[in-house]
Structure formats: C-alpha cells, structure tokens
Design a protein around this ligand. Structure first.
Ligand code: FES
Ligand code: FES
Length: 171
C-alpha cells in the first residue's frame, strides 16, 4: 500500500490505505473524524457529505485515490467555533431531531450558499433533494437555509473591504 496525501480541515495527512478505500472510512476510522456519518454507502442519502475543494461530495463513494492532494472539509472543520452562518441558523431554528443526517445537510447547504447567496425554495430543494432525513425535518431545513443565507449576506456586507492597492502595508 502506498501512502496517500490529503489535506483535511487545513491539516496535511498521509494515510496508508488501499486506493479503493472510501474517503468516508479514512475520515472516520483513520483520522477519527466521526461527525461525517454513514447512511447508505451508495450515494443515495447524503449523510456522508463533505467538501472536496469546496464541492459537496458524497464521501461514501469517493475513492481515496481520487481525492489525493485535494482539500477536504468535514463538519468538524466548517468553522473553528461552530458559528458558521449555517450552523447558527440550524441552532436558532432547532432543525435537528435525532441529528444523524444533519452534518451532510449542513455541508451541502454551506456549499450551496458559497455559490448562491440568495437561493430560492427550488434552488434549495434541488441542492438538498438527494438528502434523506428519517425524522422529516425538511420544512425546518428550508427555513433555516433562508435564515443562513440572510446571515451569510449580512456577514459579507459587514466584512472589512480590502485595502486599495498601494494603501498602507509594510514595504
Ligand atoms: S452514506 Fe453516502 S450518500 Fe448515504
Ligand atoms: S434529524 Fe434524524 S434523520 Fe434527519
């Protein structure tokens, strides 16, 4: 077995596993990042969703060899303090019931908002349509996505503007 390098939540790792090993099992079993869940193992439920180079990706069917050298973000790395706008909206709307599906829902929502800061109901349904929640939190999720979008836009609006070229800075 050759060592495979990958970056997870900003940290570089080298893992010795078969190239066919699903990313999900490397995250959970090798790296101990158990926030990402196993549901179906067939890309059908969304529970295992992480970001690979910013794209929402089903880790249960992503072979580790295909993500070598790429940047992976799991629910543990979405924010340093649990205050990503999506996480805040999920808490304030009390979205989770059992919680099992929610890491995947949150990761897909964060990827959606990074591309589309004001998604419509149909944008949300399209992005999250492949996610299954046995507790039936779908309506709360849709409401929380809108709330997260509003927080996301507000945080962008209040972020400091980049300094104009040539202004300040060490020379
Ligand atoms: S466990 Fe990956 S989509 Fe269901
Ligand atoms: S909150 Fe229980 S499966 Fe979705």
């Amino acid at each position: 077995m050759d060592a495979i390098s990958l970056t997870v939540n900003g940290q570089k790792h080298s893992v010795e596993v078969s190239p066919d090993t699903p990313l999900l099992w490397v995250l959970r079993d090798t790296l101990g990042l158990t926030g990402t869940k196993f549901g179906c193992g067939q890309s059908l439920c969304g529970a295992c969703t992480v970001h690979v180079d910013g794209e929402a990706t089903r880790s249960c069917t992503a072979r580790i060899a295909t993500v070598a050298g790429r940047s992976i973000t799991t629910i543990e790395g979405l924010s340093s303090d649990g205050r990503h706008p999506v996480q805040q909206a999920w808490l304030s709307d009390q979205v989770p019931q059992c919680g099992y599906c929610q890491a995947g829902m949150i990761m897909t929502t964060a990827a959606l908002l990074a591309k589309n800061s004001a998604p419509t109901d149909s944008d949300i349904d399209e992005a999250l349509g492949g996610h299954i929640c046995r507790c039936g939190t779908y309506l709360r999720i849709r409401r929380a996505v809108h709330q997260a979008a509003a927080k996301h836009s507000a945080s962008e609006a209040t972020a400091p503007l980049p300094a104009p070229a040539g202004a300040g800075g060490a020379r």
